[in-house]
Design a protein around this ligand. Sequence first.
Ligand code: C5P
Length: 475
Amino acid sequence: MTDFNTLFDQIVAELGGRNSVMALLNVGPSALSNYRKRGTIPSAKQALLDKALAQKGLKFEADDLRLSAHNSAEIRRILLIITGGIAAYKALDLARRLMERGLSVTGVMSKGAQEFITPLSVAALTGEKVYTDLFSLTDEAEMGHIRLARETDMVLVAPATAHFITKMALGMADCLASTICLATTAPVMIAPAMNPQMWAHPALQQNLNTLVQRGVEIIAPATGDTACGEVGAGRLEEPIIIAEQVSTRLRQTYQNGPLSGKHILITSGPTIEPIDPVRFIANRSSGKQGHALAAEAVKRGARVTLVSGPVTEAPPAGLTHISIETAHQMKEACEAALPADSVICAAAVADWHVVGASTSKQKKTEAGPTVITLATNPDILASLSHHDKRPSLVIGFAAETDNLETAAREKHRRKGCDWLIANHIAADAKHSVFGANTNKVLFISSETCEEWPNLKKTDVARRIFDRMEAWFDGD
Ligand code: C5P
């Protein structure tokens, strides 16, 4: 194995000598000596080296310190559209993270974004010209906006402001960034960032649904403190997570997995049904099985939409995660995500919701507890099984405490799904399937009822997808 300094000298030679490398990295001779002394290169500079090496058909293999041939077809191009929110400054870190993953990044900035960071900083970091104007003669002469939109492997809008999301939903083309979103044929992903109230607003959620229906993938914002001082969902997801989701998505799109080209919709976790702003009806679902299924579908190259209730489990990278609370919201999100080739309903959907849930906190009074009236929730699995856009393979789950097989067979018939995975719930919480890492299930279809051994939930997911692959192959 080569040592770091030999490799570094090799890189310098490949890139035209010390002066060219200093210009490329925008550093002086002492920085180069420091890299040799320390045996490492700062990641932002490494990303610039990686890119220059890739243009020469070379790849730096960090693990075994060597240069290898880089297949230029592997270098994927991202148009990073930065729109104008305070989170715009995080786009710099995001660009770096994307480049660390061997991606080539070209920045496009809205007017608003330029109030927060300069095109110069994006250009310096990416080593690429940054585009800002729809009507720039110079830019149009070099690279017309349509070419810019077409000659990319992915369009990523991060941060995506509420205003820009609305423009996308309306199909506006009043600036370079929105025109690109309209003209591109590449996959589009957006990472929204905004105030929690704005994020939760039905107008915004409706616009997001419109985009999801058109195949735009949403990298949902994280929950926590936001720049405006409010706490809630709205913070731009961490750049490293966005970069990971983008590179997974690119791998799926441009590399063949056994399920590539298939869209799999998965529900996971519980739904929660509000009683008032403080209290709600919930259940013990951890989302572990649903999330394991989603991760497995991503691994096999499928395009995955995960609609999930509140869980502590993080959504796997490389999929569209739609976070909901109630059964009605879950149904709406699932229908908006259609068409899909398969749906797996692994969520523990609440059977009832509270009629007329109060918008203010119910008070404890002398008269005794508040009486709540329940109404039945829509059955999402049954409605997808009978939907006019029914996915070709509909899979349900069932958890029962008694007479597992009889109850599960009856549920299989009643819900109209193709397969039903049934598990036994132990009466005591300690031995319950909820929150556990293993699951012992019955696999039921109209042809068979099989008892699977006690398996890790990840292995249950693997088996289900082995079946699904065989099913799609027509076995
Ligand atoms: O009726 P039960 O809740 O036992 O059915 C379980 C199956 O039906 C699971 O696949 C669950 O995700 C789905 N389900 C649903 N909508 C409901 C209730 C259950 O999709 N309202």
